[in-house]
Design a protein around this ligand. Structure first.
Ligand code: NAD
Length: 335
């Protein structure tokens, strides 16, 4: 098939993907905040796809020896523009993925750090993207919505008045990224992730962390004390889906994107529902409820997301439903 600039607009998504994969050079990718819950797996997936040496992992923490052996790691602080720029220039970086952030619950405890890392840190990576023509991905979150947002089947474009410092900084990320895209042509991309459930990596201090802790407690103590009330529904996703979707979005042809920030979700559940699913598989498991300050945060977020535009534009599709995720988590954690 022959492609040219005037015909790409009329092509289907699979045709655009084929065109993009034939014409695009292999990216050189810098991932900041790469030792967190999402970064470790994302780096592995990107290395499988683009080659170990084309993906530089960076963080302000020290990697394990095993992580070091898997590919390049550099110390990288998103608050240090010059240091990041030297990594970008010295390594011919073409894509930057900024995962460095303070999440919702920790952000409320350390407001100044959250403002610095989530806003100034992001601004530094965005400036780098502008200056060196990088593709940039920085995740957003369901925390970017607020209590005045419609809470069920929340669409991409809606009221965004978050009440946490985390949410406020993420609305900033979305709006600044879109501004740099419009004004300077920066290839900014963002996904509003729901709560992410993972077996191999620890969550970093978000309001949805209970959905990971509950599995560990079920297998260790056969009991869990939940800091959210039993009927608090929140959108969630299993890590493998989050990572595959992110790689797919990152490599999506520019022509297929009708917006720069997308909702992305898989399923929603309440603590009571996930407890029941685990109890079906772990005999005698019981959950008690003692809501703390995180209840108010959860109550200000959507119960479910409409991610139909991501599904249509760049083919987002989750593989795991709730039962599939629970089965896989228990198999992995029992190992
Ligand atoms: N995990 C989730 O459930 C979830 C949900 C929605 C959105 N997100 C978003 O996804 C991204 C990654 O989240 P995560 O769960 O992996 O977070 P995490 O807290 O597990 O990891 C964040 C990483 O950033 C690093 N970091 C902190 N300060 C830094 C600095 N100054 N410079 C460089 N790195 C620094 C930390 O050491 C840590 O390894 C974040 O933008 C987060 O907002 C996550």
């Amino acid at each position: 098939m022959v492609f040219n600039a005037t015909t790409t607009a009329r092509r289907s998504l699979p045709q655009l993907r084929r065109f993009a994969s034939v014409t695009a050079p292999t990216p050189k990718i810098l991932v900041t905040g790469a030792l967190g819950q999402l970064g470790v797996g994302l780096v592995q997936l990107l290395r499988n796809k683009y080659g170990a040496n084309n993906v530089i992992s960076s963080d302000v923490r020290k990697p394990t020896a095993a992580m070091r052996s898997e590919g390049p790691f550099v110390f990288g602080d998103v608050l240090d523009y010059k240091q990041l720029e030297s990594i970008v220039v010295n390594n011919d970086v073409t894509w930057i993925i900024n995962l460095s952030a303070l999440l919702s619950a920790v952000g409320e405890m350390h407001m100044d750090r959250a403002l610095a890392i989530n806003m100034q840190g992001f601004q530094n990576t965005l400036e780098l993207a502008k200056r060196h023509q990088l593709r940039i991905l920085c995740p957003s979150t369901i925390g970017a919505f607020g209590p005045s947002t419609p809470r069920d089947n929340t669409p991409d474009l809606t009221i965004m008045r978050p009440t946490t410092i985390y949410g406020i900084t993420k609305v900033h990320v979305e709006l600044m990224g879109e501004y740099y895209h419009r004004r300077f042509g920066v290839d900014f991309r963002s996904l509003r992730y729901p709560g992410i459930i993972s077996a191999d990596t620890e969550p970093g201090g978000g309001t949805t962390d209970y959905a990971v802790q509950i599995f560990h407690s079920a297998l260790k103590d056969n009991a869990y004390k939940c800091y959210l009330g039993p009927d608090t529904a929140l959108p969630m996703m299993y890590l493998p889906d989050c990572l595959n979707g992110t790689v797919s979005f990152l490599s999506a042809p520019t022509e297929s994107l009708t917006q720069r920030t997308y909702n992305m979700a898989a399923f929603s559940f309440t603590p009571k529902e996930i407890s029941a699913k685990i109890a079906e598989r772990v005999k005698g498991f019981e959950t008690t409820y003692e809501p703390d300050y995180r209840q108010a945060i959860a109550d200000s977020w959507p119960r479910s997301l409409d991610d139909s535009i991501a599904r249509k534009d760049w083919g987002w599709k989750n593989e795991y439903d709730l039962d599939g995720m629970v089965d896989d988590m228990l198999v992995r954690l029992r190992k």
